[in-house]
Design a protein around this ligand. Structure first.
Ligand SMILES: NC(=O)c1ccc[n+]([C@@H]2O[C@H](COP(=O)([O-])OP(=O)(O)OC[C@H]3O[C@@H](n4cnc5c(N)ncnc54)[C@H](OP(=O)(O)O)[C@@H]3O)[C@@H](O)[C@H]2O)c1
Length: 319
């Protein structure tokens, strides 16, 4: 059985690795991941649950509704549903396919109804505000999430990409079940303030992009990036996938290889175990678009890194 941790104050037990479905949204929008076969996405979701993961993260905006529809298709065939987390705040125009942000109460309510429809669910386990934008609307948006909880459409409310100050502003309206921030060996902004605050306030933390969108798997090099679908936002607009940042990152990843080899695990598992070394982290959301990727990440739940390994990694990351 995969290891579990408690999600903040809720008492819910989540496996320390869960499935992220951003890439299942496909390519045809500004933050897509290139071509993605829906049947393959459904197989990846099933494989994740078969390996023991008990939760899935998605968002309305992934593929402009498409990732939620695909997840809904997969859920329909399951006798036992996993814990489902989705997000609101990013709206889109069907014709231009451009996105904009709103946290107006009416907008959050309409988004929730649309997500329930696409997912084929009567209740969303964890409903998260995707981005704290516009900043002046976060209290109104969070109040709407609290109302949806009272009405039984949502079980718990979470936030994503919020600062400590922004969490303090909404915490008095309704308790926050979880924060979803970025966290990986290459993106460590959460360590000093956010993680300790969440632990002190019983806010769970489910971290995103623990593989830094694939860079920490060891499979990516310049040729891999060049061969990516032009609609893959990583190739088109993620600074870490552009030079000179890419060369610098790939050098670090090469220096991590012997550490993973000595532990008899792969780099993907090392990267996930590394974020899980922090006790404030409830779980890591790993994006997998195929069943074989899921099978590669699940064993990371069982890996505990020694202090010596953590120190060795620290010196590589500092170098
Ligand atoms: N709240 C937010 O603002 C936010 C932002 C980002 C992500 N998220 C959530 O977090 C999830 C995970 O983040 P992410 O998808 O950005 O990045 P990630 O988990 O760091 O990396 C995912 C990528 O890593 C590669 N990969 C995964 N498993 C692998 C394996 N076993 N072997 C080799 N390569 C493997 C795949 O790359 P290829 O595609 O190249 O095969 C995959 O697309 C998302 O799906 C989403 O649910 C949330």
């Amino acid at each position: 059985m995969m290891k579990m941790r408690t999600l903040g104050y809720t008492g819910e037990q989540l496996t320390t690795v869960g499935l992220g479905t951003w890439a299942h949204g496909g390519g045809d929008w500004g933050f897509g991941w290139g071509a993605q076969d829906d049947a393959e996405s459904v197989r990846a979701i099933r494989a994740a649950l078969d390996t023991g993961m008990n939760w899935v993260d998605t968002a309305a905006v992934y593929g402009l509704g498409h990732a939620e529809e695909v997840l809904g298709r997969a859920l329909k065939e399951l006798p036992e549903k996993p814990f489902v987390a989705t997000k609101c705040s990013l709206l889109w125009d069907d014709e231009t396919r451009k996105t904009r942000s709103s946290l107006r109460a009416d907008s959050v309510r309409a988004e929730c109804e649309a997500s329930l429809q696409r997912l084929g669910l009567e209740v969303i386990d964890l409903y998260q505000i995707h981005w704290p934008k516009p900043d002046e609307e976060i209290e109104e948006g969070w109040g709407a999430v609290a109302d949806l909880i009272r009405e039984g459409k949502v079980r718990y409310g979470g936030v994503s990409n919020f600062s400590v100050d922004q969490m303090k502003r909404v915490q008095s309206i309704h308790p926050i079940a979880s924060l979803q921030p970025p966290y990986s060996m290459l993106e460590r902004g959460v360590e000093s303030e956010l993680l300790p605050w969440c632990a002190e306030n019983e806010v769970g933390v489910i971290v995103y992009s623990p593989l830094q969108k694939g860079l920490l798997t060891g499979k990516i090099d310049r040729a891999y990036v060049e061969a990516m679908d032009d609609r893959d936002h990583r190739k088109a607009r993620d600074p870490m996938f552009q030079e000179l940042a890419l060369t610098d990152i790939l050098k670090k990843v090469d220096r991590l290889r012997p550490i993973a080899a000595a532990l008899d695990i792969n780099l993907t598992q090392l990267a996930i175990a590394w974020v899980l070394r922090r006790s404030e982290v409830t779980a890591a959301i790993v994006g997998a678009r195929r069943p074989d990727q899921v099978e590669g990440v699940a064993p990371a739940s069982d890996v505990t890194l020694s202090e010596q390994t953590v120190t060795e990694i620290e010196s590589i990351l500092a170098g």
